[in-house]
Design a protein around this ligand. Structure first.
Ligand SMILES: CC(C)(COP(=O)(O)OP(=O)(O)OC[C@H]1O[C@@H](n2cnc3c(N)ncnc32)[C@H](O)[C@@H]1OP(=O)(O)O)[C@@H](O)C(=O)NCCC(=O)NCCS
Ligand SMILES: [Zn+2]
Length: 261
């Protein structure tokens, strides 16, 4: 009798322990705002989600020393007056602006700003399901491209990476069907490798402004026409932006987007 008591106790404890483990393991949830799936019972997962969530929704903290300001006081202009930026005066300077909204170009040799931008690109590539290793063209000093961020209230809320295209990469895409037009090899000068705006700042014209400024500053001293700027596999929302920004109507009546491979 006496010997059976501890045995019974042990086995009931074991059963309880098993139950609680099962319950804990099943707490994998998907955040409805940032769509990250994570285990709410894992401290590591919770802190990773917090970081991802904040960046995804509100952007990344940005030091006022990072980047060359290529467009200052952007947010002070009403949306209707913001486009095209090419006809407004642009202050190119090595010092940063005082306004709380500006566009900065990333310097490849400035480690801290490159690292911060790569962190944003991690989020962007996750959202786009895109490869994470396509940054050399803007991180290398001799790279054929540039990255730009839109800074608002000390946060980088949007990013664009632009690459200079070699001939032969241009294609036309039919907007409706997403199919590539056979046999056409248009020459485009710039490729929009990635463009992303944090969730809370979308639909304010930020992506369009970033593109305008990026076309002006990717090639030193040469503004590239928007119709010579192509998209890399546009997403659903990217396609809508592209159709408004630089889609062209073909004589067949179809809307075509400039793209590249
Ligand atoms: C695509 C994206 C960059 C657009 O950024 P944004 O700052 O909201 O775009 P803008 O405000 O400059 O849009 C300009 C115009 O494009 C069109 N447009 C852009 N996004 C649109 C969307 N999701 N739905 C419908 N139209 C859209 C609209 O006509 C808009 O003008 P309007 O607001 O005056 O109607 C943003 O939605 C995003 O980051 N998406 C996730 C990442 C992504 O898909 N990137 C594209 C890769 S190709
Ligand atoms: Zn979230």
């Amino acid at each position: 009798m006496q010997t059976k008591v501890p045995v019974r106790k042990r086995s009931s404890l074991k059963a309880k322990y098993k139950q609680s483990v099962l319950r804990i393991e099943s707490k994998v949830i998907k955040c409805p705002k940032c769509e990250m799936t994570y285990a709410s019972t894992s401290l590591n997962d919770v802190s990773m989600h917090d970081k991802y969530h904040n960046l995804h929704l509100r952007g990344r903290n940005w030091s006022s020393n990072w980047g060359i300001v290529v467009k200052d006081n952007v947010g002070n202009l009403p949306k209707s007056k913001r486009i095209p930026l090419s006809v407004q005066s642009t202050r190119s300077s090595k010092s940063n602006g005082s306004g709380n909204e500006y566009i900065a170009m990333i310097r490849p040799n400035a480690t801290a700003e490159v690292k911060a931008t790569l962190e944003i690109m991690g989020i962007v590539n996750n959202e786009l399901n895109a490869p994470h290793d396509e940054n050399d063209f803007w991180t290398d000093e001799k790279g054929q491209g540039r990255a730009f961020v839109y800074v608002k209230d000390n946060k980088a809320v949007a990013v664009v990476t632009m690459e200079i295209l070699k001939p032969g990469r241009g294609r036309w895409m039919v907007y409706e069907t997403k199919s590539i037009v056979d046999g056409m090899r248009p020459n485009f000068t710039l490729g929009i490798s990635r463009i992303w705006v944090c969730r809370t700042q979308r639909a304010n014209g930020i992506a369009s402004m970033l593109l305008d400024v990026a076309r002006e500053h990717t090639i030193y001293g040469k503004e590239v026409n928007k119709f010579l700027t192509a998209w890399s596999q546009p997403t659903e929302s990217g396609g809508k932006l592209a159709s408004k920004y630089n889609g062209v109507i073909h004589k067949s009546g179809k809307l075509l987007l400039p793209c590249y491979v």
